[in-house]
Design a protein around this ligand. Sequence first.
Ligand SMILES: *Cc1c(COP(=O)(O)O)cnc(C)c1O
Length: 468
Amino acid sequence: MNWEDFRQWGRRAADWAADYHAGLRDRPVRAQVAPGAVLSALPDAPPEGAEAMQAIFDDFEQTIMPGMTHWQHPRFFAYFPANAAPVSVLAEYFVSAIAAQCMLWQTSPAATELETRVCDWMRQAIGLPDGFTGVIQDSASSATLCAVLTMRERALNWQGNKAGLSGQPRLRVYCSAEVHTSVDRAIWIAGLGEENLVRIPTHGPTRAMDADALRAAIAADRAAGHLPAGIIACTGGTSAGASDDIAAVMDVAEAEGLYTHVDAAWAGSAMICPEFRSLWAGVERADSVVMNPHKWLGAQFDCTTHFLRNPDDLVRTLAIQPEYLKTHGADGIVNYSEWSVPLGRRFRALKLWFLIRAHGLDGLREMIRNHVTWAQGLAARLEATEGFEVVTQPMLSLFTFRHLATADLDAHNQDLLNRINDDGRIYLTQTRIDGALVIRFQAGAFTATAEDVAMAYDVITELAAAGT
Ligand SMILES: *Cc1c(COP(=O)(O)O)cnc(C)c1O
């Protein structure tokens, strides 16, 4: 394909995308294909000769699309949302056409300076104080890895990268059992070892880390000759929205001199609404905070904003600066590749800029407030329906429930969930709460309406009745 052909196909792609979204409600949310079906429909060997774009497009529609789960479906209530507002899709289209590597200021000054500006817009939008500096990472997992590496280097007085970890005391990091698995991965990759990720018990309906237990664990580690390095708190855990008491965690961290990272990958988007900020009260004292505009807010994946109270520690941990990457001279120049693990960087700021401008913070707030209200409404309706139990109350737009049965509750709810997802009108996933299998519900799709959430009630109660 050359750029002249691209003109025509680009227009067709725009039409296709608009049609696809217009027809989403008629598609089953979760792909209904059997394992291996797509693979076996694809030729074993690559073509030797060029194929016509029309043939490629036909196979895309006939072979690939039926095997896709529709994350932009208005009745996608599974996992967390991965919203892609149309305007952010458009921005990505421009970004992929320009295809710049935005690793250094000079490799695209506008990309760097726009990133600085939109990160500061996001900082203001979520109510972090002046003084926090942002960077866009590819994922919350990467941001958390950066934070753990920073904890490690700080605790080792910047000797870890140089001398390695052998011969060092055991570095210890603290969190609850509610944090995302990306924390475990970060600990593995940073060379700390899973055994040194200390799980602090939680308490209360928010499933928050017990600050006294945290203090005691740190004291015990110091007594044993270990080296406490940092604390990872969460606002809006993945399973059921667990949220630590950040102020209480910060009291401990400040007394112990520990680096703190707050993972609000999902719930952070809700912080554009001031009424939800009490959920992470104390966050302004944290060293590092991550939230994903690519989840609830509507910036096409990938777009993670990572805020640092002082970026020097992170840059000191990650900057390499070989001769060929140096941009000599100019003061005030930021090279964001020194703030993240990969060198190459996509131009991710553009979609966030487009998104915030096209919707305005008020438009985005309205979406989030609706989702929270609708999720609360659905939880209340299920709770009032005989045979249903709300297991964890709505945390923003996320709650868990189960259908009661006389026999094996876990098997009964797994079966109900399977039948719901095979039905296709809605899509839900499961988690475990205190060992029991429960069904998760989150409202978060960009185009969801109150009617879509009402349909969730109908589907859940209809299929629960059919199975008993
Ligand atoms: C989704 C999620 C993550 C992982 O986000 P990625 O950007 O996919 O790495 C981490 N933590 C929490 C709380 C999440 O909800």
